[in-house]
Design a protein around this ligand. Structure first.
Ligand code: NAP
Length: 286
């Protein structure tokens, strides 16, 4: 029976086991596959991962905080996205080899609303040039977001998300400068929110109930209709950031939607099947 799991530290709060178990049930694979959680301290990560990859009982794992960089470092093979981002959240074990991918990038693109997609026959759909995106943060989640937005979707359907011109703001400005130089973005010290078609919060602000408008370069009045605002941080309620954006008429995407989309991409890598997004959404929003 192929096992799957999320590895993190801590990991007890993770919604991935419930979400992926619902997805496996929806695919009719619940009897064959299982998905659990493994709490692994950083000091033990390398040894445990090597054991899992060699033992043959696991088909793969999701990797979350704080192991995503270490996961890539241990991989025998990695996708272009994982290498460019410098972190992996999805590992597959094939013949004893560790194959790394980063589905946070694709998960973010798949969670964006149709309003940001354009028709393939319109070129990039932007006669006035590329649309602008603002990424808040310069950690691992920011790197995935910047790479995804600066790269855009593969234009293989009638609608696609073309690349954005990406600006990066971070509390520690030097980190924004470093990440921007590496990933084809521009650092910005004092962004004007209304300039952006898309704003993505990848900082941890909000996790501990902080007021985002005290910690981020945005005011509650910053947003405008037609704009899309994503907050990767998730909790039970809409975050104060998304509540303000919605009140201003912006379209909002919360961290649970992104969790679902990155999880669906991971499951597709392991099983080769496209899981039910609805089943996964219901499981994470219980
Ligand atoms: P990380 O590498 O530790 O980066 C944390 C970022 O938050 C840094 O840019 C840091 O700025 C910033 N930050 C922390 N406290 C701040 C404050 N008080 N004011 C302003 N900025 C602050 O973490 P990560 O892996 O990128 O993850 C970030 C968040 O995204 C986490 O909450 C994680 O759960 C979430 N996430 C969600 C999904 C999803 O599927 N929904 C996927 C990935 C990550 P400095 O550089 O100045 O310290």
């Amino acid at each position: 029976m192929p096992n799957l799991a999320v590895i993190g530290h801590p990991v007890a709060h993770s919604r991935s086991p419930a979400m992926q178990t619902a997805a496996l049930s929806g695919l009719g694979l619940a009897g064959e596959w299982s998905y659990g959680a493994l709490d692994v301290a950083p000091a033990d990560f390398e040894a445990i991962l090597a054991e899992l990859a060699a033992a043959g009982e696991y088909a793969g794992v999701n990797v979350t905080v704080p192991h995503k960089e270490a996961a890539l470092a241990m991989a025998d093979e990695a996708t272009e996205a994982a290498r460019a981002i410098g972190a992996a959240n999805t590992l597959s074990f094939r013949d004893g080899l560790i194959v790394a991918a980063n589905t946070d990038a694709g998960g973010l693109l798949r969670s964006l609303p149709e309003s940001l997609a354009v028709s393939r026959d319109m070129g990039n759909g932007e006669p006035d040039g590329m649309r602008r995106a603002l990424v808040l943060g310069a950690g691992g989640a920011a790197r995935a977001a910047i790479w995804a937005l600066a790269t855009g979707e593969e234009p293989d359907g009638p609608q696609w998300i073309p690349p954005f011109a990406v600006d990066v703001w971070n509390r520690t400005a030097e980190r924004a400068e470093g990440v921007a130089a590496e990933l084809a973005a521009e650092p910005v010290a004092d962004p004007t929110a209304a300039d952006y078609a898309l704003i993505v919060n990848t900082t941890a602000v909000g996790l501990a109930g902080e007021d985002p408008f005290e910690h981020l370069p945005l005011g509650a009045e910053s947003f405008r209709p037609g704009q899309v605002v994503v907050d990767m941080v998730y909790g039970e309620e809409p975050s104060p950031l998304l509540a303000a954006a919605a009140a201003a008429g912006a379209t909002t995407v919360d961290g649970l939607e992104m969790l679902v989309q990155q999880g669906a991409l991971s499951l597709q890598i392991w099983t080769g099947e496209e899981p039910s997004i609805e089943a996964m959404r219901s499981a994470v929003r219980l």
